[in-house]
Design a protein around this ligand. Structure first.
Ligand SMILES: *Cc1c(COP(=O)(O)O)cnc(C)c1O
Length: 427
């Protein structure tokens, strides 16, 4: 059987690292900034991008490379770049193809950190953003485009709102407007969704979440679908000579991998922010059990969501795996599972929700999501705190919203904890 045809579960374990005779069976941590060469010419060829190889761990490293290759395989892309954080992946994904005077259309339903990055930091660098309602009609979304628009951006399963992006609608809009669709696939992970199969061109992840899965490492990944025509005239930085590489053109030299090669050899060369070998090793270890963990996260979350839905003390529950959920149809269409993240509000509003959180014993209050331990967070006063009320509402953050990241503990124990906390908060 061709290794490319291996099933997803096999590739989570086997892809990316292939030891040769006598080499370690488990991916080694290459804790070295530097690599030895026999000749000056060998290094010059690396600098000229004439040959593949490692020269400096700001740009590539064998441990990180194995993790990148596995991620590219799992997402069905032509290449990947691992970054020091999910935030870097979002920033580089945009900066690789947009600059001063250019523009990006993005959904309003974004992770708070992504919204801040776009609205404030990238805007300061001269890249403008228009935020659109992802549930608006294609016509309304297209009206936000300008001649200088260079990308369309959305989250496949939104954090914290757990809304499901209509990937077919978004990819059709991107195609018609001749710009790439960039999606953040952090919550579904490649196990529950492969956005490239639905027409996305670039997929980014916060590897900090389910990919690592154990809350040990901050990291990010950009995966290139290799399915966008960068030589359409809008992206001269990819199709025209790059003066920082003696006039090399990425599309001519690297073909379908042009985007991801450019991100590595320009952006990580110039900014760093590359993933550390230790973190790549931990993220790779996490991937080895991704499929087993994700099924259980989704199973536990559905049990908790159903229990909350039936409880009188709960005002509302949002989980796209619930049949009555407004995103159930899109979840069925695009996701093989809905992850472990759900949101709910306690009757009595914000104060009651916060009191419930304070009374939890098994679940902890954490500024994290998507790992093996059940945790809760109040986005309005934490991750989305820097946003004003209107921006919070646009991101899907209600004052009473509690985000629950359902872990891999016994579902009945998690439910019992919410039961006693609700009792304490609503007595
Ligand atoms: C956490 C998160 C990010 C940012 O990732 P970091 O690894 O924390 O930098 C981006 N997108 C989503 C959906 C996230 O949950």
């Amino acid at each position: 059987m061709d290794k490319k045809d291996w099933g997803f579960e096999t590739r989570t374990i086997q892809a990316g690292y292939e030891p040769k005779n006598g080499e370690p069976r488990v991916l080694p941590i290459v804790q070295s900034t530097t690599y030895a060469y026999d000749t000056a010419q060998a290094v010059a060829d690396l600098f000229d991008l004439k040959v593949e190889g490692h020269m400096y761990s700001r740009i590539s490293n064998p441990t990180v490379d194995a993790f990148e290759k596995k991620m590219a395989s799992l997402e069905g892309g032509v290449g990947a770049l691992a970054t020091s954080a999910g935030q870097t992946a979002s920033a580089f994904a945009i900066m690789n193809i947009a600059g001063t005077g250019q523009h990006v259309v993005a959904s309003t339903k974004l992770y708070g950190g992504t919204f801040n990055l776009f609205e404030h930091t990238l805007r300061k660098l001269g890249i403008d953003f228009t935020f659109v309602d992802q549930n608006a009609s294609a016509e309304e979304i297209k009206a936000a485009f300008r001649p200088e628009t260079r990308a369309l951006f959305g989250e496949v399963l939104t954090n914290p709102g757990t809304e499901v992006l209509d990937l077919d609608k978004f990819s059709a809009i991107a195609k018609e407007m001749d710009v790439p669709l960039i999606v953040d696939n952090t919550f579904p992970t490649p196990y529950f969704c492969n956005p490239i199969q639905h027409g996305a061109n670039i997929v980014i992840h916060s590897a900090t979440k389910y990919i690592d899965g154990h809350a040990t490492s901050v990291g990010g990944v950009i995966v290139d679908g290799g399915n966008f025509n960068w030589a359409n005239g809008k992206y001269p930085e990819l199709s025209e000579p790059d003066p920082s590489y003696h006039g090399l053109s990425y599309t001519e030299t690297f073909g379908e991998a042009a985007y991801i090669v450019k991100a590595r050899v320009q952006l990580t060369r110039d900014f760093g922010a590359y993933m550390a070998p230790q973190n790549a090793w931990l993220c790779n270890l996490g991937l080895e059990t991704l499929h087993v963990r994700m099924d259980r996260h989704a199973e536990n979350a559905l049990k908790v969501a159903k229990w909350l839905e039936a409880d009188d003390r709960v005002a509302w529950v949002k989980y796209p795996g619930l049949e009555g959920d407004e995103d159930y149809k899109n979840a069925k269409k695009y996701l093989r599972g809905c992850s472990g993240v759900l949101t709910f509000g306690v009757k009595g509003g914000r104060a009651a929700s916060e009191a419930m959180m304070d009374a939890l014993e098994l679940a902890t209050i954490q500024v994290h999501v998507a790992d093996i331990r059940t945790c809760v967070l109040h986005p309005a006063s934490m991750t989305h705190r820097q946003l004003n009320d209107e921006q919070q509402k646009a991101c899907g953050v209600l004052p009473d919203l509690v985000r629950v990241s359902v872990g891999l503990e016994k579902a009945e124990d998690i439910i019992a904890d919410f039961d006693q906390a609700l009792k304490a908060a609503t007595k």
